[in-house]
Ligand binder design. Sequence first.
Ligand SMILES: [Zn+2]
Length: 323
Amino acid sequence: MEEKKDTTRNYPAIDTHFHAWTKETCKSYKSYGGPLFSYLYHKTFSDQDFIDFHPTEEEMVSKYRENNCVGMPVGWDAETVTGDPPVPNEFIADLCKTYPDIFIAGWVCVDPNKGYKAVKEIEKGIEKLNLIGVKFQQAGQFFNMTDSKYAILWECINSYGVPVQFHSGYTGLGTGAPGAQGVRIEYNRPFPYMEEIAGKYPNIKFFALHVGDPWVEELNAIARHMENVYRECSGMWPRYWPEGMWYELNRRLKEKYVWGTDYPLFPIDGLLKEMRELEDPKGEKGFRNDEIRQNVLWRNAINILKDDFKRVGVDLSRWGVED
Ligand SMILES: [Zn+2]
């Protein structure tokens, strides 16, 4: 009998969350750089070290190409908090236009504290720049998403029905600095913030980025409870993922977790190596089987975002999706 080969293993992995921070655009989060990099790399970075750490645009593209991986870039704007110049959303759109085989779709990033300017920026990002959805980092943007003054943002996003990514749990921003540079991780907490907004806008797909520590169980509960809440898993090496995350990802949430890297803060090749190696028949420290691994690496993203990908013109035939 002929052995059936699983060709899906060769499908490109889909990195749903990475930062297009190059040597040029990294100045957009320079104010957070010092404490963040001490936290991530356990050494002090000078201003020059900070720039040197970041890839050029070409290096960024080849990282994805070399690893048979496609990415969904996002910029950064916390200007009202830090005074740093934002990454223009036009830059994100240009990346997707220039390298459509590598950067399949990008996210709009706005500074929520810019009020109507932020609304206009979302409108432009969706209507003119063909971006797929909107991303927030509540703690780093000093953004309490349930505060009624931000309702104009949610109403705008809801009118387009596009997906949203928000940060969840711990953040390296502010870590170890006095008063954590004003960053409040509370705003990244699932209860009550995310549950309230995701419940109020059931037609928006919400992706809770990162592991969500120390509120992994809270996030899993919301993702199980609400059809429109999904999970992502960047920001921590897979070998350190908490057992509660592996447990649900291998069982009740096996169709709700998507992959992300937080590149360039984490290296794509190292993360992919762990994603491909970690295995555990009990599903407590690794993938219970290869099908679940492929779910997280690309299949869930395709299933969840299929219509959104089509709207921005992504060719899904590379993942075996017929029109
Ligand atoms: Zn991130």
